[in-house]
Design a protein around this ligand. Structure first.
Ligand SMILES: Cc1cc2nc3c(=O)[nH]c(=O)nc-3n(C[C@H](O)[C@H](O)[C@H](O)COP(=O)(O)OP(=O)(O)OC[C@H]3O[C@@H](n4cnc5c(N)ncnc54)[C@H](O)[C@@H]3O)c2cc1C
Length: 536
């Protein structure tokens, strides 16, 4: 791990946050887009001005040695990185800071911490990279508890074993994306799970939230990579068997996947890894009408070609990303393989797109990158995709209300869902902010439906940004739920999506989940308020 300073309120490294001149230029651009004139940047907050209460509890000496009650550590563990986390952090409001940060280096230490939490009525909030956008690591747990401990997994960050024959690796839960890739590289292997938060999020966080990576088809969710999981629960070890597949009853892995820290602390997993890709093919197809792009994306998703990328951008999304001419929708296609050249695959995908009304005048780009190809592609990906979150932090400093939300629905429902989202979120932006801009892309596509991903940008009123955002967020949640979509395709439930999640899942499932929680977490200390209410 490097020792570059991380922002205590915004995204990523302090040295990557745009300086005042860059933010002023951005303020002029965004002000024009929103029709409100140039927006002036406010200076970023200082750590010294952060307001937080004194700790309510202190661990016994035997535990205190592997943790911290320093204000700086408590501040950095107060929030994830949702829009309202950024706004509250920018305002210096850290009123819900955890009382103590535990940084265990072993499963034994985790077990000791959980035992103490249970005995002392202290809530335990697992913390991976802290990139949750749904309040998953927030310590607002109610007054049933005497205090809250944030349990940071950063010391469990190693690839412990590689089974080259089965092409699998045993990885600790606190390892972040770049560290996993760096440790697999000497074996000629890669995981290739790239959520946009890749640089700072961890394997444990990915498993706990069922994260979605960059593959638009096939291996999209972390679920697809997991062979088995180890988790420390307050009731003991929960370890599943390493298998390529199994039909033995409901899957114990599935219970841990998406458990969002309410059952226990995931400490490691065996993962399916891959050979580094060598052959690549890509193309960009333009569509005068978004709905033709939708038909093309569906045709490709149902073709059995399984592209690694099949991202449809509407014209506004293209404009925001510098793709296309701003008049048309764009479908970005890509294939990758460690084994074979991909000319026929990309040619067939382009043919499906042109049948649907698309144009690809430049044709495909085909590359054979040899053994070193993957590293340069990762670097390119890093530069473009991974820089985008810094922009959101910069926009917060300009007082802009800016956020994303995502869903998934079956193809037969997409048109109505998209229309409902455009209408209801558009109206909410008008009510709350006087107007705004919304963009749509498909982040993933399945044979039976797309995962539409929306971005909204609207002018904020200083001091009222959270109320404005809430009105838009509620409209977005109601629109996707009302039109038969899921409240989240990959950003998880956390505390933020509870109302919609509660009505999305069967009530009998809620009862079953509560019973499971009661069995492995009898004192109800694990991440209270997330996914399900404990009766304890
Ligand atoms: C800019 C940005 C881009 C993003 N892009 C994507 C994306 O492309 N795809 C995607 O899926 N998500 C994305 N996210 C959301 C977030 O990165 C994911 O939810 C990610 O999986 C969280 O990982 P983390 O290590 O940061 O977990 P944290 O934020 O620390 O925790 C997330 C949840 O998991 C629990 N948890 C964490 N570690 C463990 C553990 N070891 N055991 C048990 N519970 C644990 C926490 O208690 C919490 O409930 C993005 C977020 C941001 C801010």
């Amino acid at each position: 791990m490097n020792d570059r300073e991380r922002s205590f309120w915004g995204w990523g490294y302090v040295d990557c946050f745009p300086d005042e001149a860059a933010r002023r230029a951005l303020g002029a651009q965004v002000g024009t887009l929103l029709g409100v004139g140039a927006l002036a940047p406010r200076p970023p907050p200082s750590l010294e001005a952060a307001a937080l209460p004194s700790p309510r509890i202190a661990p016994p000496a035997a535990l205190a040695r592997f943790g911290s009650a320093e204000n700086g550590d408590r501040v950095t563990h107060t929030y994830g990185r949702s829009y309202c986390d950024l706004v509250r952090g920018f305002r210096g409001d850290f009123s819900s800071a955890p009382d103590w940060i535990a940084i265990p280096a072993s499963e034994d230490e985790i077990a000791v911490i959980l035992r103490w939490c249970g005995e002392e009525r202290v809530a335990a909030v697992p913390y991976g990279g802290g990139t949750s956008v749904v309040g998953g690591v927030e310590c607002t747990v109610g007054d049933r508890f005497r205090g809250v401990v944030s349990i940071d997994l950063r010391r469990l960050d190693r690839v412990l074993e590689v089974d080259a024959l089965s092409r699998a690796a045993r990885v600790q839960a606190g390892a972040r994306g770049p560290s996993i890739e760096a440790q697999l590289a000497p074996h000629g292997l890669t995981m290739r799970h790239y959520p946009q938060s890749f640089e700072f999020s961890t394997l444990g966080g990915w498993i706990a939230t069922r994260a979605g990576g960059h593959f638009a088809t096939l291996h999209t969710h972390i679920d697809d990579f997991v062979e088995c999981i180890r988790m420390i629960t307050p009731a003991g070890v929960y370890a599943t068997r390493r298998l390529p597949a199994s039909g033995a009853g409901p899957s114990p892995d599935r219970l841990a996947l998406g458990s969002e820290g309410i059952l226990g602390i995931i400490t490691e997993a065996w993962l399916r890894v891959q050979a580094r890709p060598r052959f690549r093919a890509s193309a960009s197809v333009a569509f005068p009408r978004f709905e033709d792009g939708v038909r093309a994306a569906r045709a490709v998703a149902q073709s059995g070609l399984h592209p690694s990328n099949c991202r449809l951008l509407d014209r506004t999304e293209g404009l925001l990303n510098g793709v296309g001419n701003g008049d048309e929708a764009t479908l970005l296609l890509a294939f990758e393989s460690a084994d074979h050249p991909l000319g026929p695959w990309i040619a067939r995908a382009i043919a499906l797109c042109t049948d649907a009304g698309g144009a690809c005048p430049q044709g495909p780009t085909l590359r054979d990158e040899g053994a070193s190809g993957a590293a340069s592609a990762v670097a390119t990906y890093k530069q473009s995709f991974f820089q985008a979150p810094y922009l959101q932090s910069a926009l917060v400093s300009l007082g802009v209300v800016v956020d994303t939300f995502e869903t998934a629905c079956t193809w037969d429902r997409f048109e109505a869902l998209h229309a409902a989202v455009e209408a209801q979120v558009g109206e909410a932006m008008k009510r709350a902010c006087g107007g705004g801009v919304m963009a749509c892309r498909f982040s993933h596509v399945y044979p039976d439906g797309p995962a539409p991903y929306y971005t909204f940008v609207a002018p904020g009123r200083q001091g009222a940004e959270i109320e404005q955002w809430l009105e838009i967020k509620r409209a977005a949640g109601d629109a996707v739920a009302g039109a038969g979509g899921t409240i989240t395709h990959h950003h998880a439930v956390g505390r933020m999506h509870r109302p919609w999640y509660d009505s999305e899942r069967p009530e009998t499932f809620a009862l079953a989940l509560k019973a499971v929680k009661q069995a492995v977490d009898p004192a109800g200390i694990m991440n209270p308020g997330v996914l399900v209410d404990s009766d304890t």
